[in-house]
Structure formats: C-alpha cells, structure tokens
Design a binder for this molecule. Structure first.
Ligand code: BT5
Length: 347
C-alpha cells in the first residue's frame, strides 16, 4: 500500500514527525525531558553542533512561544510551552495506536474535512488526523458555516477506513459525540452533554459540532471523514453566536492546552470505535445518560411539516425515537431536531 508522507514530515516509531529531524526539535525534546537546567555545552556536545547554533535554535523556539529560561553557568530550562497543535505537540504523549498516527497540520486551511477528502482520494491511511489552527471555510451541516478562529479551538478531521456499513454511518457521529463528551468532562470537569445527533452542549449552549461525511460505492464505504470543531479558548463570540455558543474557557474561566484535550479525545474515540466495530448493534447505555435530548419536548420536520413530541429513546441504529403528541413512536434518522430549552428554544 502506498502511504503518502505528510509534507515535511517523516515516520518514526511514534508516528510522523518533522523531516528531517531538525536540531531544533531535538533540543526541544531534550528540554522537555530535562526538568533541571541543561548547559549549552552539554546540548552542543550531544547534537554535535556549535554553541552558537544551539543559541540560534533556542531563539527560534522562543519565537514560536516556548518560554526558555537561560541562566549563566547553568544553561537552559523550559519554563512553559505555548498552546500549539503541531505534530510534535500532538505526538508527545499520544497513547493511541490507530488514530492520529499520521498528522497533517496546517496553519490555515479552507476546511479540514475538505482536505481529508482530498487526501483520502490519494490514499491517506486509516486514522489520519487533519488539523488546522484556523479554517477559512469551516463548514457545518447543510452548507452552514462553522466559525474557526485562529489558535482558539480544535478544528480537526479524522479519516477512517473502518468496516462500518453505510447504514451505520450515523452511528459514527454519535460515537464521536460520546467520545468528545467524555473527554471534555474528564479534562475540564464541565458537565458536557450530547444534543442528538451532532452537538455537544454545556448548559444550553453549543461547545462542539460534528460533521460526518463519507466516500462510498454501493454497499461499501471507501472512507469516512469525521470533522470535529471544539470551541476551546475562545474568550467571546460575535453577537450572532453569543446566545447559542460557548467555549471551554468561558465555562471554566481558564485556558486549556488544546493538544492535551485532543489526545484525550483521540484515545476515547479509538476505544469507542473498537468496541462499536466489534459489536455494532450494541449502542452504549452511557450515551442515553449523556444525551440531553432524551425525555425532553422536541420538534422535528417531516416533508416540511413540523412535528412535536417527547424524545424517549435512542435505537440501536442511532435514531432518536420520538413519541409524538398523537401517541405514535417515530424514529428520527437525521436532520434538525429542536430541543426544549437548548439554544433558548421554547416548544
Ligand atoms: C455542525 O454543523 O455543528 C458541524 C460543525 C463541524 C465543524 C468541524 S471543524 C473541523 C471540520 N472541518 C469543517 O469544515 N467542519 C468540521 P451544524 O449543526 O450545521 O451547526 C452549524 C451552526 O452552528 C451554524 O449555522 C451556526 O449557527 C453555529 N456555529 C457556527 N460556528 C460555531 C461555533 N464555533 N460554535 C458554536 N456554534 C457555531
């Protein structure tokens, strides 16, 4: 199988890293691995470069936002890391086997979902991660726009070539939602909930949206692209979003290291996918507990007509089961479902 090399990167045991392994990256790793001061001489001996070159790389790291302390006769010490989502920062501590082992990082891109589909055609491997600091044309469902400000969120897509059938595709969105919800809860303590099918909310406002797309032939999926947008360190939203959107920073009052949250999400998702692929019919009970749509008044649309009822269950296929006011039980497969109290909806 042909595996494309992400631009400027090479494969190591841990995954992809910058290519060629630059002295700057080696110095960064040394600083990360050494809690005490390490002398310029020591670094220059280990790398076989001059002390002036060491200094040049330290300066470059500082320009990227790494805070490196330097004390005469002692050397250098890493004081703090910038909040970056580069391949090195993601791979450093990533515990997954399958997801995120090939990383395509972009400072700016139109949409990570679009890039994943472009690379999917070229053969990008299962589990590839496409991530950008900002998106110029981030997209939601039905052609809607997704706001993706630079450096303040996690805007990423995962390409999977798993064995799910087209009928199970909507479950991919639900499994992803469950994994993101678990990771947010675990990393921040926020009481994140899932608004079926593709939103994560905190209180009544949206903190994350999920967009699943697929390339398929009749009866067979070529690959699935799952796009995830999480508002992490967004301090405030424009007027048109402020009533319905929130960020983790707004909720906790503190900025969060995005690479750590991403690692937690990838690990959760890998485990959840594994479980689901082995037993596709068994939808996790935990989902029901975390689903804010259940046991609420909801409104959905059939043939352009609004229908109201109470959401009572999730089917094994991932449908929302609604007991309509007429009394009949209707499975809702996809689309827009308004939930009483979420984003200020009153039904
Ligand atoms: C979604 O659509 O919620 C799916 C969003 C998926 C975004 C990710 S980012 C990485 C990957 N690359 C992409 O291009 N997309 C994916 P939907 O349910 O249709 O919600 C879209 C609506 O949410 C918009 O019409 C706005 O009202 C609102 N919205 C836009 N940006 C938002 C944000 N940052 N936070 C909360 N709400 C937002």
């Amino acid at each position: 199988m042909w595996i494309p090399r992400p631009p400027g990167q090479r494969q190591t045991e841990k995954g992809w890293c910058l290519y060629p392994m630059h002295a700057k990256q080696t110095i960064l790793q040394l600083l990360k691995d050494t809690p005490e001061y390490i002398s310029g001489e020591d670094i220059s001996n280990r790398l076989g470069i001059t002390r002036a070159a060491v200094w040049k790389h330290i300066r470059a790291l500082r320009e990227e936002g790494y805070e490196v302390d330097s004390v005469p006769n002692k050397g250098y010490r890493l004081k703090s890391l910038p909040d970056l989502v580069t391949a090195e920062e993601i791979l450093d501590g990533l515990a997954t086997k399958r997801l995120g082992r090939s990383i395509y990082f972009f400072d700016e891109i139109d949409s990570t979902n679009e890039e994943a589909k472009r690379r999917g055609v070229q053969g990008a491997p299962d589990g590839s991660l496409f991530i950008a600091e900002s998106q110029t044309m981030g997209k939601g469902r039905l052609g809607r726009a997704w706001t993706s400000p630079k450096g303040e969120g996690l805007w990423f897509s995962i390409l999977s070539r798993s064995g799910l059938s087209p009928l199970q595709i909507s479950n991919m969105t639900l499994i992803t939602g469950l994994s993101v919800c678990r990771a947010i809860r675990c990393q921040t303590g926020c009481e994140a909930m899932i608004k079926w099918p593709n939103d994560i909310v905190i209180g009544s406002r949206k903190v994350c949206g999920i967009l699943t797309e697929l390339a398929a032939e009749v009866g067979r999926i070529d690959y699935i692209v799952t796009g995830i947008g999480i508002n992490v360190n967004i301090p405030s939203f424009p007027k048109e979003l402020s009533a319905k959107a929130t960020s983790l920073q707004i909720e906790t009052g503190n900025p969060l290291r995005r690479a750590r949250l991403l690692q937690a999400i990838l690990l959760e998702l890998e485990g959840a996918l594994d479980t689901f692929e082995k037993a596709p019919g068994q939808f996790p009970e935990e989902y029901r507990k975390l689903c804010v749509s259940l046991h609420k008044r909801v409104r959905f649309f059939r043939s352009g007509e609004a229908r109201d009822g109470e959401a009572v269950d999730i089917s094994p296929e991932g449908e929302l089961i609604v007991r309509e006011d007429s009394g009949c039980l209707t499975p809702v497969y996809s689309g827009e479902v308004t939930v009483q109290g979420i984003y200020g909806a009153s039904l």
